[in-house]
Design a protein around this ligand. Structure first.
Ligand code: ADP
Ligand code: NA
Length: 329
């Protein structure tokens, strides 16, 4: 049996990286697989969140997912804190995972930086909660961006150690699904950093809620090199900004990068950025309009999340009960 799990944090705005690296792929998987999609609010509080803003962001991200095509009838869509199994299983995994494993997580090193002694314990233990999110449903596949690959490896290590320690064949070894032409969308200001909700500069990312004017302005200011676009994919080598913008175009247009370059190769960036703006606006604008319509009725968003949580709980509760039995709790 294949079961898909994936999550997104309700911290600030959804951006083009979330959309192309994750959400768009969720939409393409939802007809074929049983999918559990989660707004991971407990992950969000590993760094400080203003409570009213967090509550709003949970609804906003949910509306964004639905507006982007995630159908709450075809899938289970809910927020993490409403299903106790996530935190319960995370505690068991805190006792299975080793300090050394978590010490190697590059995302933690990046996020903690020099501030290591003063970040939350939750930020350090974050990958254990993520493993619990996935394994509370015994999910077999997780559609994610490339940045989550290492955390998925850790999820498999935890599953394997749990199975070995307790002499059971209980948890599956979950595989990442890294799909599409934009599996790692980079910052528009710095081709070496991924586009992220936690970017300092608002010009580094395109938010799904940006207006056409803002998208145009951000792409106009996006860092590039002075050469025109290459004719072939090989020509993108050593040109991270060009590779990033072409990858974004390809993913938005459902084309390969080679097909995009066959069309736009030889163009100066000024022309290409104009075309990319039109394309991004044509994809994001309808999502935006639908999102605003949904957000006007927060009670119905809450109802969708509550209903999703009940369905999620019905799967996860028997699994956590069995885990407790295996462990001797
Ligand atoms: P962020 O890193 O912006 O806080 P999340 O941690 O909530 O985003 O990630 C939600 C999903 O979006 C994950 O599957 C992640 O891999 C994907 N994702 C995040 N940033 C990018 C990016 N720049 N490019 C591609 N996928 C991304
Ligand atoms: Na489905």
């Amino acid at each position: 049996m294949n079961r898909i799990f994936s999550g997104v944090q309700p911290t600030g705005n959804l951006h083009l990286g979330n959309y192309l690296g994750a959400i768009r792929n969720w939409v393409s998987l939802q007809n074929e697989y049983e999918c559990v999609f989660c707004v991971v609010d407990q992950h969000a509080i590993t760094v400080w969140q203003d409570p009213p803003q967090l509550r709003h962001a949970i609804r906003e991200v949910t509306a964004g997912l639905i507006a982007a095509g995630v159908d709450p009838k075809k899938n289970i869509l809910f927020n993490q804190s409403m299903v106790p199994a996530h935190a319960q299983l995370a505690w068991v995994f805190n006792c299975v995972a080793r300090m050394g494993w978590l010490n190697r997580m590059t995302q933690f090193k990046e996020k903690a930086g020099k501030n290591r002694e003063n970040v939350s314990v939750g930020l350090f233990a974050y990958p254990n909660l993520m493993a619990a999110d996935i394994l509370a449903y015994k999910a077999t596949h997780v559609p994610v961006g490339e940045d989550q690959k290492q955390h998925l490896e850790l999820t498999r290590d935890i599953a394997q150690k749990f199975n070995a320690d307790y002499g059971v064949d209980f948890f599956p070894l979950t595989e990442p699904l890294i799909l599409g032409e934009a599996t790692r969308v980079m910052s528009l200001r710095d081709g070496s950093k991924k586009m992220s909700k936690s970017d300092e500069s608002d010009f580094a990312r395109i938010n799904m809620t940006d207006t056409a004017d803002t998208i145009a302005q951000k792409l106009r200011k996006a860092k590039t090199d002075p050469e025109p676009l290459p004719e072939t994919v090989e020509g993108l080598e050593g040109r991270p900004e060009a590779a990033n913008l072409v990858g974004i175009y390809a993913a938005l247009a459902n084309l390969s990068r080679a097909e995009v370059l066959a069309r736009v190769g030889g163009q100066p960036f000024s022309t290409f950025k104009g075309e990319l703006t039109d394309l991004a606006v044509s994809v994001l604008q309808p999502i935006n309009t639908e999102m605003a319509r949904l957000l006007a009725d927060p009670a119905s968003i809450d109802a969708i999340l509550r209903e999703g949580a009940e369905r999620a709980d019905a799967i996860a509760r028997p699994i956590i009960t069995e885990v407790h039995e295996i462990v001797g709790l």
